[in-house]
Ligand binder design. Structure first.
Ligand SMILES: [Cu+2]
Length: 701
């Protein structure tokens, strides 16, 4: 039993709805899903020590951004950079330190400032479940320094009979606060041998309202469609899927530019299944191609005086193989994976064809990895133990500059071209998890060493720009060819208390990150413009640029989820999270670390009706980063109401009121607006959504 069991038993009544179909009977993206909190399928197989699954919350209006749903996990928080550009912060770390995947597929996002973080490609309206690794990810999931999240989109499932039957799943939502709608669904045909499904979603929203006006430049629009299928071959399945995501002009107020488009194709396929008695094989090939344009003219009001439009491409090809000997709870797994990445970013002036700069000139990264993972028991102790080795090569091409570009950037491009632009790193990761299952409590321990190779941006950003994978602190950054990989040493202890009418799962964690990569002052003479980098940065509005460098950091905290069911029809549940992040080499705090917070919901559940309220409260954050010029924030509390009505066994209506008291608040992790003509003053943190109503219809046949 876990919190989720309680939730899904009642509160998240969507499970009652969706459990009717043979969901998730076979969609193992890899062996690790067997270690997952997969309550919907069979309660007998829970291994909640490794990962949690979040279903779509019925307590809130579905945010377009699935990162906002993932952020409901204990230790989770949302880094807000735009309606479709949210990042999951997990235990104080975000960006590329948290691995994000869609349908188990790894890929590199396209925007140099992470306008498309991984979950950008998982419209909430199409999400089936979000799997969040508890604490650290198993080595089988590949490199992942500070956590891992995987969004699974709805898909067709095999049935028990030879007869082809249709599967239909539809959802639609209207939300008043941003006048947005989202519709999405699955139409599929399947039997016990074949499955074929089509998915599609469309979302559109206006600038949102807050107490005090309209947050201009926050509108969004996105379409996604795809096809997938599988056929049973022997004891396994051969499967394939293709998806295209098209984001249309969408605002990013904390950045200098807004999204004009993301046109992104996802393709992957493979085989998964038993190849012999107790031998499981998982093979997977994938490719993701991101094509992106952003500018500071189309949506920005008023448009920036100096027109800029930036094109960004990113391509990722992956190949993975895993062979498992043994059962789900006692095995040895050996795996190998390969990932190759190409990135290209060109900054242009739409009014002058002779002005352009290749800010990321054909950056390439190739990674080969291998791992060994064991799962078994020793007496009363259950354990998972794994180690992996990765070798990464990184290269950069030669930047091309238009003839209208002169002075400092030309000098920097020449210096970069003359430098060594070929690097390789070998990294070693290890994870040990152990737990002792008992009747009402499961004490658990995790020890891990996790690494992260510097990103292509952190290493090769030769041109000082604000591109920083979404830090949005207003600083101009420049790359550092000499960076070393980050190494995190992680320890956590916790206990899962599970009773019939209550569950409580606290975790205490410590993360020591050596060679933590963050911006530091470019040189010792801060503010004195005595280098080409400072000259170029000053011309672009920041005379005190930062360069990425290895520093030392540590994070510690405690978080938990809980659920209480004092009587059958009432459930109280929630999460509480606390984290501190500090530099170890100087007296400063880490940037964009969430303040202590509490989420508490209470629901009454009748035969066909559920009614409830949810409170989210966050403390003030005074522990801010001086290096990143971060400002403190105030505490706040917001309340929402929600309800659900089961109309038919397969159709439910959900509705609610968000921010009931129309509270003005500014989430600490929200970016600061740079839109001139908005009711949010320039430089202020974007406020949370004002009061609004929402209504949602869900159908599943
Ligand atoms: Cu962008």
């Amino acid at each position: 039993m876990s919190k989720n069991t309680l939730c899904r038993a009642g509160l998240l009544a969507s499970c009652t709805l969706f459990a009717a179909t043979p969901l998730a009977a076979q969609d193992t993206d890899s062996g690790d899903t067997l270690l997952t909190d997969r309550i919907v399928v069979t309660a007998a197989r829970l291994e909640t020590q490794v990962a949690d699954e979040l279903e779509l919350p019925e307590e809130i209006a579905l945010p377009a951004d699935a990162a906002a749903i993932a952020a409901r996990t204990p230790g989770g928080a949302l880094v807000g950079n735009g309606a479709l550009s949210g990042q999951l912060s997990y235990r104080g770390l975000s960006g590329e330190r948290v691995l994000g995947r869609v349908n188990g597929q790894r890929f590199i996002t396209g925007g140099p400032n992470a306008m498309d973080p991984p979950l950008h490609y998982a419209p909430a309206i199409l999400v089936d479940t979000i799997e969040v690794a508890r604490g650290v990810a198993p080595v089988s999931q590949g490199p992942a320094l500070a956590g891992a999240v995987n969004a699974r989109l709805v898909q067709a499932h095999f049935t028990d009979s030879a007869k082809m039957t249709p599967q239909v799943r539809m959802a639609g939502q209207y939300r008043s606060v941003d006048n947005s709608y989202a519709i999405g669904g699955l139409a599929a045909l399947a039997n016990n041998r074949w499955r074929l499904g089509l998915i599609a979603a469309r979302e559109e929203g206006d600038d949102y309202e807050f107490p005090g006006g309209t947050a201009v430049g926050t509108l969004f629009e996105r379409n996604l469609y795809g096809v997938h299928g599988g056929v049973r071959v022997g004891e396994g399945e051969v499967w394939a899927e293709y998806r295209r995501s098209e984001t249309d002009p969408s605002g990013n107020p904390p950045f200098a530019m807004d999204i004009i488009y993301f046109d992104t194709d996802f393709v992957q396929g493979g085989y998964r299944g038993d190849v012999a008695e107790n031998v499981h094989l998982d093979l997977r090939l994938g490719h993701v191609a991101v094509r992106h344009l952003m500018d500071n003219q189309t949506l920005r009001t008023p448009p920036a005086p100096r027109a800029r439009a930036t094109f960004a491409d990113a391509d990722t090809t992956t190949a993975e193989a895993a062979l498992r000997f043994g059962s789900a709870t006692g095995y040895v797994e050996v795996g190998a994976d390969f990932e190759t990445v190409d990135k290209f970013v060109r900054i242009t002036d739409p009014t002058n064809a002779a002005f352009f700069l290749d800010a990321q000139p054909n950056l390439e990264s190739d990674r080969f990895g291998g791992y060994l993972q064991w799962r078994g028991s020793a007496g009363p102790i259950e354990a998972e133990l794994g180690a992996r080795l990765d070798h990464t090569n990184q290269q950069a091409g030669v930047p091309t500059l238009g003839s209208a570009v002169m002075g400092g950037p030309v000098m920097l491009a020449n210096m970069f071209t003359a430098a060594d632009r070929d690097y390789s790193e070998t990294t070693v990761d290890g994870v040990l998890r152990a737990w002792i299952p008992m009747d009402w409590a499961t004490p658990r321990l995790t020890l891990a060493r996790k690494t992260r190779v510097p990103s292509l941006l952190e290493r090769f950003a030769w041109l000082p720009t604000e591109a920083s994978f979404g830090l949005a602190d207003g600083n101009i950054y420049v790359g550092n060819l000499g960076l070393d990989p980050e190494t995190a040493w992680i320890a956590e202890i916790g206990v899962d208390f599970d009773g019939a009418s209550a569950s409580f799962r606290p975790t205490l964690f410590y993360r020591r990150v050596d060679d933590y990569i963050q911006g530091v002052p470019f040189d010792a003479t801060v503010g004195v413009i005595d280098s080409p980098v400072e000259m170029v940065a000053a011309m672009n509005g920041d005379p005190t640029p930062l360069r990425f460098a290895n520093v030392d950091a540590e994070l510690y905290g405690v978080d938990m989820d809980f659920a209480l069911r004092p009587v059958e029809s009432i459930e109280v549940s929630g999460t509480a999270s606390f984290v501190r992040g500090e530099r170890r080499d100087i007296a400063d705090n880490l940037y964009r670390v969430s303040p202590a917070n509490l989420r508490l919901s209470a629901a009454w559940q009748g035969e066909r009706v559920t009614l409830g309220a949810e409170l989210f409260a966050a403390a003030a954050q005074e522990e801010v980063s001086l290096t990143n010029s971060e400002s403190p924030s105030d505490g706040y509390a917001v309340v929402g109401l929600f309800g659900r009505l089961a109309l038919l066994p397969a159709v439910a209506l959900e509705a609610g009121v968000e921010n009931l008291f129309d509270t003005y608040y500014q989430p600490h992790l929200a970016g600061r607006s740079r839109v001139g003509a908005s009711d949010v003053p320039t430089g202020e943190r974007l406020p949370g959504y004002g009061r609004g109503v929402w209504v949602r219809m869900l159908a599943n046949f």
